[in-house]
Design a protein around this ligand. Sequence first.
Ligand SMILES: NC(=O)c1ccc[n+]([C@@H]2O[C@H](COP(=O)([O-])OP(=O)(O)OC[C@H]3O[C@@H](n4cnc5c(N)ncnc54)[C@H](OP(=O)(O)O)[C@@H]3O)[C@@H](O)[C@H]2O)c1
Length: 251
Amino acid sequence: MNIAIITGASSGIGVEFFKEIQNEPLDEVWVIARREKSLTEICQKYAKIGYRVLPMDITNKESIEKLSKLLEAEEPCIKFLFNNAGFGVFGAVNTVDYVRQSQMIDLNVKSLTEITSITLKYMDRGSCIINTSSIASFVPNARMASYSASKSYVQSFSIALRHELKKRKINVTAVCPGPMATDFFNIAGVQKGASKKIDSLPMCDPHKTAKGAIKSAKRGRAVYTPRLFYKGCRLLAKVAPHRILMNLAKA
Ligand SMILES: NC(=O)c1ccc[n+]([C@@H]2O[C@H](COP(=O)([O-])OP(=O)(O)OC[C@H]3O[C@@H](n4cnc5c(N)ncnc54)[C@H](OP(=O)(O)O)[C@@H]3O)[C@@H](O)[C@H]2O)c1
């Protein structure tokens, strides 16, 4: 049984990954998030192939064990893994709730690593891992310090893992979108006007980003950055000193 697994499939770009992956030769798409009702509605609305709704909070140890047991029982071939669930916290480190910040690190860093680790043995030649990173990974971002650090982890982890999996012909792609009109900013508590920098950035379209990410992953690319503007930012971050860029990147 060939499958795709999508974490964070109940809203935002996760839904676009779900819609876009319907065109692949898969038997089932396994969708993961906490909101069961949203997952079910999305599957009923957009599925052309089989699906499985797995309502779980992936920051819980029990959820990871449950997924691991399900994989052990079904022994699927995972053709696509989308490590997409994530959220951000906004504000200077001394002003953000430390519990919320830890929860974010648990989701963006720990759960992504755990899900990757338990799924790797069910992948084979041609499988793709697509990790949702961010433009925030390019340079440390003041006022988004822990979020930006969590996405730098995703970036670094993706590149090292890609190297490890080269011989098995499994590709890993880090996707680096700029701001998208999803629930992300509401959940991060960023209202319009809270950051002139964020308000001034060009928006990325979640549908185009998902489509581009899958295309890039299938072509074996290491990183997919939508929009020319952000491709330029990525390049700049490679060549210019970060102490200078950090002033420009401050949220
Ligand atoms: N929107 C942007 O501007 C932007 C830019 C760059 C990168 N990103 C990244 O894109 C990814 C998706 O975000 P989005 O913009 O699509 O925002 P979103 O609409 O808020 O989606 C976040 C998804 O993560 C799921 N999730 C949150 N906590 C979870 C948990 N503990 N266990 C399982 N699932 C959980 C949510 O589902 P439930 O609430 O149902 O659990 C939801 O499906 C994130 O990694 C984010 O960092 C977003």
